[in-house]
Design a protein around this ligand. Structure first.
Ligand SMILES: NC(=O)c1ccc[n+]([C@@H]2O[C@H](COP(=O)([O-])OP(=O)(O)OC[C@H]3O[C@@H](n4cnc5c(N)ncnc54)[C@H](O)[C@@H]3O)[C@@H](O)[C@H]2O)c1
Ligand SMILES: [Zn+2]
Length: 361
């Protein structure tokens, strides 16, 4: 098992990463929440797979477990789900010391986290991420939110968990496509700040694809450590945290234009990272050989490295200007200067982006 600490003053917490550690959850939760009840938020599929192990461990440490099942899918990350969670917590008499535990992927984590942040002005929140994306990205950092009909993550907060427990063994039941999507975010950490980890990924990508537990444990720990370091430096996304958006300017536009659900997030981000690498190469920022290494690793992970041919360049540019993270409609990109080092470029000229993303169009 590997332990990573997120150092955020009185909101610091531990992230436990290991194989078969779900059965130890209760002991760790007990260290951070004194209550006698625990609201276990999950969905039917994940609850059927891991609910029993988790509940048994929580009961052993004196919690009465209240299962709170929510719908499975992005469309359930909404206010209607929150209302049900608040109702259940209130009806069952959860008090301020009782933890809310998110067992599942990023959808469960984001919704349960927002409920924990707001119920009684905040109760202890525990993340038990069971998708690779949630283990390497959404469970660490304290961003919690639900969607509004007008856009993703519009209603949210910064609310750090008290504890994160990531069990690699849960990934065995995760659909293959979701594994690849998580790999996209792992590759992102290599490019934005860790050339050594990028080389390790080049050597071990096949082990990760075959769910080698040791390789997964190491890679998830590196990712959590890098995310924790970025969040420690910039908890509320004033500046440095923006580098985590590498590949996401194009990625978000691809997701919006092809309709949510056609591309999973990691696939869209992979195409976005490949596009950013090509753009950086075109601008003379990144040596061609390094751009090739980025594209090649993404494609070895089974991820897309070019934009869907059906996408219109004008629509893409317009969608990128509308992105929630764009400032005043400017085209902002995180671009690699080398593998392991990126910089944020604000207000890039449109012609340049067209040339990199849609050569010859
Ligand atoms: N808060 C943040 O910082 C942050 C960062 C990135 C993404 N997100 C959010 O995360 C969400 C995406 O998360 P996701 O990719 O985990 O999607 P998800 O939560 O929808 O999970 C993907 C699918 O896998 C299933 N699943 C999860 N664990 C499983 C397991 N062990 N075995 C079998 N099936 C399993 C889920 O039920 C679901 O059907 C989005 O809503 C996104 O906005 C948040
Ligand atoms: Zn992402």
């Amino acid at each position: 098992m590997i332990t990573v600490r997120a150092d955020l003053g009185d909101r610091s917490y531990y992230i436990y990463i290991g194989n078969g550690i779900l059965s130890r959850l209760g002991c760790w939760v007990r260290e951070s929440a004194a209550g006698d009840k625990a609201l276990l938020v999950s969905n039917r599929k994940v609850l059927a797979l891991y609910g029993e192990t988790v509940s048994a461990s929580l009961s052993e440490y004196g919690y009465q477990v209240i299962p709170a099942e929510m719908g499975d899918g992005e469309e359930y990350k909404n206010l209607a789900t929150l209302e049900k969670l608040y109702d259940l917590a209130y009806d069952r008499g959860l008090d301020r010391r009782c933890p809310v535990i998110a067992l599942g992927g990023g959808v469960v984590g984001d919704a349960a986290g927002f409920a924990a942040a707001t119920y009684l002005r905040g109760v202890p929140f525990v993340q038990v991420p069971t998708s690779l994306l949630a283990q390497v990205d959404s469970s660490v950092g304290g961003k919690v939110a639900v969607n509004h009909p007008g856009g993703k993550n519009i209603i949210g907060a910064f609310y750090q968990p008290a504890l994160v427990v990531a069990d690699m063994r849960t990934l065995r039941t995760l659909p293959r496509r979701e594994i690849k999507c998580g790999l996209a975010e792992l590759i992102k950490y290599g490019v934005i700040g860790d050339a050594g980890f990028f080389s390790w990924l080049e050597e071990n990508i096949d082990k990760l694809l075959s769910l080698d537990e040791g390789a997964l444990e190491y890679a998830v720990a590196v990712a959590c450590r890098s995310k924790a370091r970025v969040v420690e430096a910039d908890e509320t996304e004033q500046g440095q945290r923006a580098i985590l958006n590498f590949g996401h300017t194009v990625g978000h536009a691809v997701e919006v234009l092809s309709g949510y659900g056609v591309f999973c997030h990691g696939e869209a981000v992979a195409a976005g990272m490949a596009a950013a690498a090509k753009l950086a190469e075109l601008m003379g920022l990144l040596p061609a050989a390094q751009a090739r290494r980025i594209v090649s690793l993404l494609s070895r992970a089974g991820l897309p490295v070019s934009l869907p041919a059906s996408l219109d360049s004008g629509d893409m540019i317009a969608a990128m200007r509308r992105d929630k993270k764009a400032h005043a409609g400017r085209l902002t990109f995180v671009l690699p200067l080398a593998i392991g080092s990126v910089r944020v470029f604000d207000d890039l000229p449109e012609e340049l982006i067209r040339e990199a993303l849609f050569p010859g169009k």
